[in-house]
Design a protein around this ligand. Structure first.
Ligand code: ADP
Ligand code: MG
Length: 213
């Protein structure tokens, strides 16, 4: 797990950091973007698009649709840009073809407001966190997250999982059940979401700090 901390003093600089990260990403990799409104998440995604060979000018927040897809000069989709802010249910996720997207591995996937869909995020991802640090200054943290320990039992029903895999659930049914509980608010933690909540099992009922339910 590596963490990089960068400082950006202009939108152009943030975009360049995005482009630099894109060069290091394999297709299929998921990048989450955390930060307040106006932090520069979409600006960073513009850089990802540039680095992947798509037209950065086409990138805008997918405010009225849940996702945008950007192609390179060859016409292949190289970047899928999702704004999870308005995703309210497992059904919304299914409507954008989330499972197919996760399985296909064809393009880089960028997700703004990832905490909305935390249980659906793959364990291996790159987290980008952007903080205001002055008018045009931003602190940008880029963390490469690898599954630290493989789950041995299904997080929903407790069935033993086959060894060697990186799944947390024994079946789609259990995974969707977990997601359903998340959207119903069973995992509500009763305080502002903090970075730690977005990692590992901290938000699970009976998780390490006994939060939830
Ligand atoms: P978000 O998607 O996080 O809501 P946007 O990328 O849409 O944010 O907008 C960021 C805004 O902040 C833009 O208006 C941009 O011009 C401005 N800005 C100022 N300084 C920076 C910087 N260093 N990096 C990124 N954006 C910046
Ligand atoms: Mg945005």
């Amino acid at each position: 797990m590596t963490v990089e901390l960068r400082r950006s003093s202009s939108p152009g600089e943030t975009e360049r950091l995005g482009a630099a990260l894109a060069m290091r990403l394999a297709p299929g990799m998921l990048v989450t973007l955390d930060g307040d409104l106006g932090a520069g998440k979409t600006c960073f995604v513009r850089g990802l698009a540039r680095g992947l060979g798509a037209d950065p000018a086409e990138v805008s927040s997918p405010t009225f649709v849940l996702e945008h897809r950007y192609a390179d000069a060859g016409g292949g989709t190289v970047l899928v840009h999702i704004d999870a802010y308005r995703i309210r249910s497992a059904h919304d996720l299914a409507s954008i073809g989330w499972d197919e997207l996760m399985a296909s591995g064809d393009s880089v996937i960028a997700v703004e407001w990832p905490s909305r869909i935390a249980p659906a995020l793959p364990d291996h991802r790159v987290e980008v966190r952007i903080r205001h640090a002055g008018e045009d200054v931003r602190e940008i943290e880029i963390e490469d997250i690898h599954p630290s320990s493989r789950a041995t039992h299904c997080a929903t029903c407790g069935t033993a999982l086959p060894s060697g895999g990186d799944a947390r659930f024994c079946s789609d049914r259990c995974r969707m059940g977990d997601l359903g509980r998340w959207f119903r608010g069973d995992y509500a933690i009763g305080r502002p979401i903090e970075e730690d909540d977005l990692h590992g099992d901290a938000w699970r009922p009976g998780g390490p700090e006994g939060r939830g339910r």
